[in-house]
Write a protein that binds this ligand. Structure first.
Ligand code: NDP
Length: 314
């Protein structure tokens, strides 16, 4: 019976399972936990905590009741062509991860708004030149994606006095944020956006969205901040837009592939700030809290949350 399968399998490509096991144990001392590569009976596995699970692995667990993602995105799970159809996929979400993303976005937008990039270039050249402080309300921030990650950051920037717009698939009502959707909504937002922040999930509709066509719709010199996924960005198009000045600067946290290859021009580009996928960190401690809360929910007969949607792809 599926209900008897209550062990958890950690299947995380490139991650050390030990801190995850420790964090899960701290909340659920009686939980039987295995890591991929150890001996286990597939029939006993009811839950799996995963990052880029090997294709076919989830299908090999006949009594699986939930797949917990180690991140907010589920693209790394949906990439498995043999993924079992009926098992719920649970995204990692916690107040701390929303807060971390909000802080990253605030830092990035404030950096460019207060021209810290210009000041750094001046310092490198030994130049002392006053930088006039611009009116932040006249430098609108446009968000691609108004989900868990985008909303907290957008609301915080609006609270600081920025003009904030947010684009999403379905219309939204968010206090202090002008929300838009559809092709027309995107075009209207881009035409005014000085700081573009992408926190979209990777789906067939969004892959490659950050391309020359999109950059051309921004006011000249706009800043691009990508925190969604690396495959949203057409790297050659961004490099050309930086070269022409159409895009003034970029902060990139996600790449395709990761880690960024040693010969990538992003490492040394003077107008690019590169960070190693640190927008938010669904670390072991947060996984321990979120997964244990969801397993308790399921034990009470409730659905785990938040659920990823296979059809939408996020
Ligand atoms: P959510 O599912 O909560 O929100 C996704 C948002 O994107 C929603 O507003 C959704 O619209 C919108 N969206 C999706 N597809 C489209 C589309 N085709 N056109 C317009 N809008 C679209 O996800 P999260 O906010 O939790 O996370 C978003 C992504 O951020 C993750 O999938 C991941 O890729 C990335 N991420 C990156 C991190 C990092 O460290 N850099 C950390 C965490 C997440 P609607 O509201 O209508 O559904």
């Amino acid at each position: 019976m599926p209900s008897d399968a209550n062990a958890l399998l950690i299947a995380a490509t490139g991650e050390d399972p030990v801190p995850y096991r420790d964090a899960l144990r701290a909340h659920m001392p009686d939980l039987e936990i295995h890591a991929e590569g150890e001996a286990y009976d597939p029939a006993t596995i009811g839950y799996s905590l995963v990052w880029q699970p090997a294709p076919g692995l989830m299908a090999s667990l006949p009594n699986l009741k939930a797949i917990f993602s180690m991140g907010a995105g589920i693209d790394h799970i949906l990439a498995d062509p043999d993924l079992p159809g009926a098992v719920p996929i649970v995204r990692l979400m916690h107040d701390k991860t929303r807060e971390q993303m909000r802080d990253y976005v605030l830092h990035a937008v404030l950096h460019y708004y207060r021209q810290m990039d210009v000041a750094a270039a001046q310092q490198a050249g030994g130049a002392w030149r006053f930088l006039q402080i611009r009116d932040k309300a006249a430098l609108p921030v446009g968000f691609l994606g108004m989900g868990e990650m985008g909303r907290a950051a957008a609301a915080a920037l609006a609270g600081l006095g920025f003009t904030v717009m947010g684009w999403s698939r379905s219309p939204k009502d968010i206090p202090g944020v002008e929300t838009l959707s559809g092709e027309d909504g995107l075009a209207a937002m881009l035409a005014r956006t000085r700081f573009l922040v992408s926190v979209l999930p990777a789906t067939p509709e969004t892959v490659g969205l950050l391309d020359a066509r999109l950059f051309a719709q921004l006011p000249e010199g706009a800043v691009v901040i990508n925190l969604g996924r690396g495959n949203h960005l057409v790297a050659a198009d961004l490099l050309a837009a930086l070269e022409s000045g159409q895009v003034g600067a970029a902060t990139l946290d996600v790449f395709d592939p990761e880690p960024v290859p040693a010969d990538s021009p992003f490492w040394t580009h003077p107008k690019v700030r590169l960070t190693p996928h640190i927008g938010s960190d669904g670390n072991a401690a947060i996984c321990g809290i979120a997964v244990s809360e969801n397993i308790a929910r399921m034990a009470r007969g409730e659905a785990p949350a938040p659920l990823g949607d296979r059809i939408r792809g996020y």
